[in-house]
Design a protein around this ligand. Structure first.
Ligand SMILES: NS(=O)(=O)c1ccc(C(=O)NCc2cccc(O)c2)cc1
Ligand SMILES: [Zn+2]
Length: 265
């Protein structure tokens, strides 16, 4: 029987380690990026992000976030700090109850309104995503910070399906011509990278994070649409209305001597 976990109360992040021991490990995510302590690495090759836009995907509300599953073998990532080729599996976001919080990673202590994770698995070393998700070097997550600003038209292709997944475990098929690359910042050469973990249980220490320096803007109304999703595990409050998914970000974790590399000086 799967163990319930969440972002508040007894099942919140401070107690995850009780049922998910890796949550108390030495290379956990997210972390604060102290830009004065990052180390420039001039050996990185250019990142190669090749996504096609004819993939059919399905959007699900898994009770912790929305998740756009991608099932195209043409969406690949390699280069940069990566030794192998990785395939896009899904993307999702983390956000907060208002625009002042929501990202998982922070930069010099600054928290953004939301954070996009494009999750890829290592197809050179492993036979399936389920195998890769728990192995070192198994997962690479392209990460972009999101702040409130001008409207982002690309995000509307995803947000337009939210009405179908407001309820938990809701799923909607997305067939339109949509390329998730449009969700990334223009500058894809400047990024930080370090070795960490899944930021949700079971917190496997299998993730190489690649975090773009340039922040993506979406409108406050689009951010409000993220918050419109309903959470699964909670019982209805006495007023009977659904609780909304808010603050689905894990607090930052100890660096434990890890060095964050920078692709830029
Ligand atoms: N927030 S994150 O990008 O670090 C992240 C990415 C993927 C997952 C994930 O796939 N969880 C489901 C899962 C966990 C263990 C084994 C599985 O096969 C699937 C969780 C967190
Ligand atoms: Zn995530």
């Amino acid at each position: 029987k799967p163990v319930a976990w969440g972002y508040e109360g007894d099942i919140g992040p401070c107690n995850w380690h009780k049922y998910f021991p890796k949550a108390g490990g030495k290379r956990q995510s997210p972390i604060d990026i102290d830009t004065s302590a990052t180390q420039y690495d001039g050996s990185f090759k250019p990142l190669r992000i090749h996504y096609d836009s004819h993939m059919c995907s399905s959007l699900t509300n898994n009770g912790h976030t929305f998740c756009m599953s991608v099932n195209s073998d043409q969406c690949n990532l390699s280069g940069g700090p990566l030794e192998d080729k990785y395939r896009l599996l899904q993307f999702h976001c983390h956000w907060g109850s208002d625009d002042t919080k929501g990202s998982e990673h922070t930069v010099d202590g600054h928290q953004y309104a939301a954070e996009l994770h494009l999750v890829h698995w290592n197809t050179d070393k492993f036979k399936s995503a389920d195998e890769a998700i728990e192995k070192n070097q198994g997962i690479a997550v392209l990460t972009a910070f999101i702040k409130a600003g001008k409207e982002h038209r690309g995000w509307n292709h995803v947000l337009s399906h939210f009405k179908d997944i407001k309820k938990v475990q809701g799923t909607s098929t997305v067939n339109e011509d949509f390329n998730p690359k449009c969700l990334l910042p223009e500058n894809q050469t400047d990024y930080w990278t370090y070795e960490g973990s899944l930021t949700t249980p079971p917190c496997h220490e299998s993730v190489r994070f690649i975090i773009f320096k340039e922040v993506v803007e979406v409108s406050s109304e689009q951010l409000a649409q993220f918050r419109s999703l309903c959470v699964c595990s909670s019982r209805k409050r006495d007023t009977g209305e659904d609780e909304h998914l808010v603050d689905n970000f894990r607090p930052i974790q100890p660096l434990n001597g890890r060095v964050v590399k920078a692709s830029f000086q």
